[in-house]
Design a protein around this ligand. Structure first.
Ligand code: RTP
Length: 151
């Protein structure tokens, strides 16, 4: 299938504590994407710093790492056509106040430091993040046995 790819999605501790994980998963399922990996964890400082290594010179880096390690994260891998760029559209802008209603951040967040969800920003980034958060054996390649008109 053309342009089938995978992206890394993480529901951050604010999203987990507010109980909106199911709503977020439903949006990706309803869109037509396929869940191929999922787990909950409290990320270690080492994992958080590696994940956000591109931002280590930013003034908010310490707060960002403190926040993402402060509670549970749901790490997921979603698969489908152009899922990387489409997930970013579904998520909205980094600042929730700039995010349109109908996007995840537009519907659920107001604070840039508590913006509920992360999604990879490019196919290469997704590959790096998936291998950082998941072992190969934790991912499941599967084909739907019904609704073949989607995939
Ligand atoms: P993410 O990586 O979490 O998906 O977010 P993003 O691509 O939309 O934004 P990025 O620039 O990668 O920033 C990562 C996270 O850092 C927090 N942030 N705080 N205080 C600030 O000005 C500021 N800017 C960014 C946000 O929580 C953002 O999601």
């Amino acid at each position: 299938m053309a342009r089938t790819e995978r992206t890394f999605i993480a529901v951050k501790p604010d999203g987990m504590n507010r109980g909106i994980l199911g709503n977020i998963i439903s949006r990706f399922e309803a869109k037509g994407y396929k869940l191929v990996g999922i787990k909950t964890l409290v990320p270690s400082k080492q994992l958080a710093e590696e994940h956000y290594s591109a931002l280590k010179e930013k003034p908010f880096f310490k707060d960002l790492v403190d926040f993402i390690t402060s509670g549970p994260v749901c790490a997921m891998v979603w698969e489908g056509e152009q899922v990387v760029v489409t997930a970013r559209k579904m998520i909205g802008e980094t600042n929730p106040l700039s995010s349109a209603p109908g996007t995840i951040r537009g519907d659920f967040a107001v604070d840039v430091g508590r913006n509920v969800i992360h999604g990879s920003d490019a196919v290469e980034t997704a590959q790096r993040e998936i291998s950082l958060w998941f072992e190969q054996g934790e991912l499941t390649a599967w084909e739907p046995t019904s609704a073949v008109w989607i995939y």
